[in-house]
Ligand binder design. Structure first.
Ligand code: F6R
Length: 586
């Protein structure tokens, strides 16, 4: 949450690089944005705006150093004053911050009593006044920043910019931050994707580290202030996959990329799938965890492991797992799923599991991310950068991974690959006929609620589908286990209420069909998603049977429906209100 970008180097194009960096990071927060850039005449140019950065311009001037920020509000509403960067009373320090300063209230009161003038309601602003206050008795900036570190609590990542000194101090504890270096140019960002247009040579700061950057180079300090070596690594992915290209939105681009992403897993990840299966086989219990969409992939995983591999794999929501870990043992395996690898709720739970010495296996889409780095074994989805806030290709890639691991455990990997190949063909057919889903979206966009029903793994698909629809179209969508209908849910059904039914021809078929009749009898508009049509369906979407991999095309239908519902309602599917792509605060 919140995007931070900084540039310090030899080029005089800092303004455009910072703006481009913020645009690349906008998916992390888009309430407001701002920059602080040193002009050649020595003055500091500061500009802040409410809203998305979109095609914003800033006056063009030569500069070789500056910082920028795109915000997802935590403390303090969406106002220009609350936008970052924040500047101290003297105008000599500027900061951009991601995270929460948990003890800001006490610090603020104290600083106000000492005469500091605050211009925002944010927790972040205390940082800059605190730096100013410490500087009154200490001129060595490294010591100033070390003192600052010891005074603020919470999960934070920040850049402190000293324009006179032409240097940055970067602090990290919890929230992610990465530095890219090429020749004498340095780029700092919340996410490597914003740095990749310039270099793939990066260093991911670890918790409690502090990095100083100036024209004379970089110095890294540990939590006690001792110098250490920053070991840069070369990332293997490029900036190209993060471009929108000819597409109107990232969401549709990423939906349409799925056949290629899923095929890549079949073709290249066999060794990794074998490794994961082996870890599960030898673990004393495996616990799948993730948040949001990743949690629904985990839930689907429990069904797939049970049915295909005859194994009970536990599942918990990432933010809840912390309260469920007292039974973890040294030989327990925590299998964490996260597109970004930065979701704080998942990471916080994982840290507790590591304290209990459990092993960590992760499946992320972000090489070098926090979760990737802290894992004993890290697997990558290789799905290419996912920019739209609503996760699509990462979800289906997670399902394919879990599906193939389950088949590997059952010694039937070839069958698993065959089903996924069928699922890919089915997705391609659906994509060719996407105009039908667009028409359906226009028809049902006026409704306040949509319900989605399924049993077994289709129940997990129903939950994910509902999330996709509600987050981008703001229509109340609920996924339910079809069998639960009679236990209360059916009270919600009114005349014409759209009810989507995932009804693959598996062991759930007949019972799910009964649910269709039950909602139809109460006036619902029944949308059947199945390989077999039935007269109970008012609308039928054909999805060929691909064994248990049918969950994949089924969810793609909901992704397309969510996308077209957003368009029908004139909404921006890439940046839904109140959300940010990467949830790095609690
Ligand atoms: C929904 C969505 C979120 C994320 C969740 C976890 O479309 O994208 O629910 O799935 O915030 O994110 P990651 O997978 O990055 O841990």
């Amino acid at each position: 949450m919140c995007g931070i970008f900084g540039y310090l180097g030899t080029k005089n194009t800092a303004t455009s690089m910072i703006l481009d960096g913020l645009k690349a990071l906008e998916y992390r927060g888009y309430d407001s944005w701002g920059v602080a850039i040193k002009k050649e005449d020595g003055t500091l140019f500061v500009q802040k705006h409410i809203g998305k950065i979109g095609n914003a311009r800033i006056p063009s001037f030569h500069s070789h150093i500056g910082i920028g920020h795109t915000r997802w509000a935590t403390h303090g509403g969406v106002t220009e004053a609350n936008a970052h960067p924040h500047i101290d009373c003297t105008g000599k320090v500027a900061i951009v911050h991601n995270g929460i300063v948990e003890n800001f209230e006490g610090l603020k009161l104290d600083l106000q009593n000492k005469g500091h003038r605050f211009s925002s309601e944010t927790d972040s602003e205390v940082i800059v006044h605190l730096i100013e206050e410490i500087q009154k008795t200490q001129s060595d900036l490294t010591i100033v920043m070390q003192k600052l570190r010891s005074k603020i609590s919470g999960m934070n990542a920040l850049i402190a910019f000293f324009p006179e000194d032409e240097s940055f101090y970067i602090i990290k504890n919890g929230s992610p931050i990465v530095v890219g270096s090429v020749d004498d140019d340095y780029f700092i960002a919340s996410d490597a994707s914003a740095i990749l247009p310039y270099t793939n040579n990066v260093y991911f700061l670890e918790d409690n580290e502090m990095l100083h950057i100036s024209q004379s180079g970089i110095s890294l300090f540990d939590n006690l202030g001792a110098k250490k070596i920053a070991k840069f690594t070369k990332l293997s992915y490029s900036a190209k996959s993060a471009e929108k290209g000819e597409y109107k939105h990232y969401m549709i681009k990423e939906i349409l990329e799925q056949p290629k992403v899923l095929k890549n897993i079949i073709d290249t990840q066999t060794h990794e799938i074998e490794i994961a299966a082996d870890l599960i086989k030898h673990a004393y219990g495996t616990y799948l965890i993730g948040c949001g969409t990743a949690s629904y992939a985990c839930l689907a995983g429990t069904y797939l492991f049970s049915k295909i591999a005859k194994r009970h794999i536990n599942f918990a929501i990432g933010s809840e797992f912390s309260y469920l870990i007292d039974f973890l043992k040294e030989n327990s395996l925590v299998f964490a799923l996260s597109q970004s690898g930065e979701t704080i709720d998942t990471i916080a739970s994982v840290k507790k599991a590591i304290k209990r010495k459990s092993k960590l296996l992760s499946l992320t889409n972000s090489e070098g991310s926090t979760l990737y780095r802290m894992s004993d074994t890290n697997l990558l989805l290789h799905a290419g950068t996912e920019k739209a806030v609503a996760s699509t290709k990462a979800y289906t890639a997670q399902i394919v991974y879990l599906y193939l691991i389950a088949h590997q455990l059952a010694d039937s990997l070839d069958d698993g690959k065959k089903h996924v190949t069928q699922a890919i063909h089915t997705i391609k057919n659906l994509i060719e006929q996407k105009s039908k889903i667009e028409l359906l979206a226009k028809e049902i966009a006026k409704h306040k609620s949509i319900f989605i029903l399924g049993r077994g793994v289709s129940y997990a698909a129903a939950l994910e589908s509902a999330l996709k629809i509600k987050e981008v179209s703001y229509i109340h969508a609920e996924g339910f286990a079809a069998g639960e209908l009679k236990h209360g849910v059916i009270a919600l059904i009114e005349k014409e209420t759209p009810v989507i039914l995932f009804n693959p021809e598996d062991e759930t078929y007949e019972d799910t069909l009964s649910a269709a009749h039950e909602v139809k009898a109460r006036g619902a508009h029944v949308i059947g998603v199945s390989s077999k049509n039935d007269k109970v369906y008012d609308t039928f979407i054909e999805v060929k049977n691909c064994a248990d991999a049918t969950i994949i095309p089924n969810v793609v239908i909901a992704q397309l429906l969510g996308y077209y519902l957003a368009l029908a309602k004139n909404l921006d599917p890439d940046m839904p209100r109140n959300l940010a792509k990467s949830v790095t605060v609690k």
